[in-house]
Structures are given as structure tokens and as C-alpha cells.
Write a protein that binds this ligand. Structure first.
Ligand code: CS2
Ligand code: MN
Length: 353
């Protein structure tokens, strides 16, 4: 496995390349062109500039999270082919620059959703939290304002103001997109891009929906073993793979994470390792990576990945906000660095025993 950290680019991240390099456990960074809107073409020189920044700091660009998918592709409107063409050109440009891992998600309108971005813990740290009963009372228009007001001044991934400024139109456009239609639109997209992925050796790694159930009446399909396998079997190329985000999949306690690792064997290209605590049905709060701090057995998940011969990219996912750090919620330096060290420790132990 290769340990990495997510980096939003030097103009957007509060964490610097110099800091990331000193974590030592980390060999590379997962990054993106954060200023790009979904559907926009990524030019080769822009990708090169990102690579140069990262390589200049003594690290490598190990993959992209995310190249976002335009709503036209998810909804299946007539202009989707144009956006798919753009996506293919972006993949070609990434491939020409030697990038071989692309994470994306297929959630309608919203990326990951939380009801609280800085829930205080008894020790003074804060975490992201989700409570379905709170979300049920929120008008999605206000959720966006809430996220903006609580994100420490950062624009959070998947919550770009440009796109979410048009929420009413977006909801209207998705009103007939049930789970079946969304699934078919995903398959249509994957079939169209696979030849390019195969040509350049680019592994696509779909990120599960977070939380792993539908919110605001919008369909969500990347939520459980059955749906993941259906999607992998519909487009059987190895380049059609998964981001094993244990926090997203594990938001639903019915998902058995170890069983999922084995079920997805060979198709997991990227792993997001984090922990959370289920507090009540439909309610959870994020936790420190340490197994004892949450509901997940991280040692068992890391062992399952190891035993299945996983040789992809790993990163610690969301951490707590510690030591007065001001950063994008979930993406501070300190707790993710602790997480990287912990995961590397688990990996070393399992590989030596
Ligand atoms: C991430 C997602 O911060 C997060 O929760 O895991 O935003 C993820 O990057 C996207 O869903 C992938 O496209
Ligand atoms: Mn994730």
C-alpha cells in the first residue's frame, strides 16, 4: 500500500507542502484542481503545474480526488455526451501526465452531508457529526448557508457556491431520477470512459455515498455491497473500481466493513480509513482513528486489505480538529497525521506477523 494525504492545492489548503512532507509516513499526495467546476476540462499545463508544486516539495501526486461529474451526466440530459467528452479529454490529459488514479462520486447535488461541522468533544477537540432528525428539519437551501457559515471560511469539497447557487433548478432536474435511472446513467458514463482508462491505465475509484442512504429525497446508489457489486459487474473492467471509504459505507451499521473488503477484492484502488461512532439510529459522530474511539475495528479492516493483497493508495480520512487548528472541517493536519501513523503501524504489524 502507499500512504498518502489529501491536499487541496497550495492556494486552498491551510496545510502546507512542507508540513505534509515531514509526516514521513506519507509518500504521496492526493490532490485536485480545486478551482475547477464539475464538467470543466482540465488542461495539461494545469495538471503539470499541480504536479510540479508537489514534486517540488519532494512528494508525488499519487492520484486525483476528485474529478467531479457534471449533473447532466448523473441526470442523463441530452447534453451529457458533451460533458462525457470533456471528462474523457481530462482523463487523457491526466494520463499523459502519468496519473493513474481518479476518485469521483455519483451523488446527486450534494457530496457528503453533515448536520454539524464542529461538534465539541469532552477533551475540547471537535468533529463532524450527522443526525438524520436534524437533517429532516432542514430546508436544503439553509443547509448550504449552514455549511458556509461553519466551514472556517473554507469552501468544502462538493459544496461549491457556483453550483449550489442554483439549488431549486437542480432539485427540479433530479425529480425523475430514481435509483434505477441513476444507476443506468452511471453505467452509461463508465462504458464511455473505459476505453480511455484502459489505454492510459487509469483506475477509476467511485467514492461511496455519505451517508450511505438517500437524503432530501435524492436517490443514492453507492451505499451497500449489493449495489457496489452490481455496479462492478455491469462494467467488469478492473479500471472500474472503488474507493473503499469506510466512514461512508460504515455510516450504515448494516454494512459489514471486513466482509465488504473481501467482496470488493481486486477492485479497491483507493482506501479512505477513518472511524466514527454510531450514537443512535441515523446518527453518528466522527471519531479519532483509534479503534477504541469509535464503532469500527480499524485493525480488522487493515488486516483484510492486507490479506487480500491490496497494493493501492490509502489515506487517512477526516480527522478531529485539534490543538486550536483552523482548517477545513475534517481536514486539519494534526489528527490526520496521527491517523497516518496509526494506520502505518497497523500495516507494519500485520505484514510482519
Ligand atoms: C470526501 C468526499 O471529504 C469527504 O468526505 O471523502 O468529499 C470525497 O472526496 C468525494 O465524495 C469524492 O468525490
Ligand atoms: Mn472518504
Amino acid at each position: 500500500m502507499k500512504m498518502t494525504m489529501r491536499f487541496y492545492g497550495k492556494d486552498y489548503d491551510s496545510v502546507t507542502l512542507e508540513q505534509l512532507r515531514q509526516i514521513r509516513y506519507v509518500e504521496g499526495l492526493i490532490s485536485t484542481l480545486y478551482y475547477k467546476q464539475a464538467g470543466e476540462l482540465w488542461e495539461r499545463d494545469e495538471i503539470r503545474a499541480l504536479k510540479n508544486d508537489i514534486e517540488g516539495a519532494g512528494l508525488e501526486l499519487s492520484g486525483i480526488e476528485s474529478v467531479n461529474i457534471h449533473d447532466a451526466i448523473k441526470i442523463g440530459t441530452p447534453d451529457r455526451d458533451m460533458y462525457i467528452e470533456n471528462y474523457i479529454k481530462t482523463l487523457e490529459n491526466l494520463g499523459e501526465e502519468g496519473i493513474d488514479l481518479v476518485c469521483y462520486n455519483f451523488m446527486p447535488i450534494f457530496d457528503w452531508t453533515r448536520s454539524e461541522l464542529a461538534k465539541p468533544r469532552p477533551d475540547g477537540s471537535t468533529v463532524l457529526a450527522y443526525d438524520q432528525s436534524v437533517v429532516d428539519k432542514i430546508n436544503p437551501d439553509n443547509l448550504k448557508e449552514y455549511m458556509d457559515a461553519n466551514s472556517n471560511g473554507f469552501v468544502m469539497p462538493g459544496w461549491e457556491p457556483e453550483r449550489l447557487g442554483k439549488l431549486k433548478e437542480l432539485f427540479e432536474a433530479y425529480k425523475d431520477v430514481d435509483a434505477e435511472k441513476l444507476f443506468n446513467n452511471l453505467v452509461y458514463f463508465l462504458k464511455a470512459i473505459m476505453p480511455t482508462c484502459e489505454k492510459y491505465g487509469i483506475k477509476m475509484a467511485i467514492h461511496p455515498d455519505d451517508p450511505a442512504w438517500s437524503v432530501f429525497g435524492l436517490s443514492r446508489i453507492i451505499t451497500c455491497k449489493e449495489n457496489l457489486l452490481r455496479m462492478l459487474n455491469a462494467v467488469p473492467s478492473v479500471y472500474n473500481g472503488v474507493t473503499f471509504c469506510m466512514g461512508s459505507l460504515g455510516s450504515n451499521p448494516d454494512n459489514d466493513l471486513v466482509d465488504l473488503v473481501h467482496a470488493l477484492k481486486g477492485r479497491i484502488h483507493f482506501a479512505h480509513i477513518r472511524n466514527l461512532k454510531h450514537t443512535a439510529p441515523g446518527q453518528f459522530e466522527e471519531a479519532c482513528h483509534l479503534s477504541a474511539d469509535g464503532s469500527f475495528d480499524l485493525a480488522a479492516v487493515v488486516k483484510a486489505l492486507h490479506d487480500d493483497g491490496f497494493d493501492g493508495v490509502i489515506r487517512p480520512d477526516h480527522g478531529r480538529m485539534l490543538w486550536g487548528e483552523k482548517a477545513m472541517p475534517g481536514y486539519g493536519l494534526y489528527d490526520r497525521a496521527l491517523g497516518a501513523a496509526y494506520i502505518c503501524g497497523l500495516w507494519e504489524m500485520v505484514s510482519k506477523s
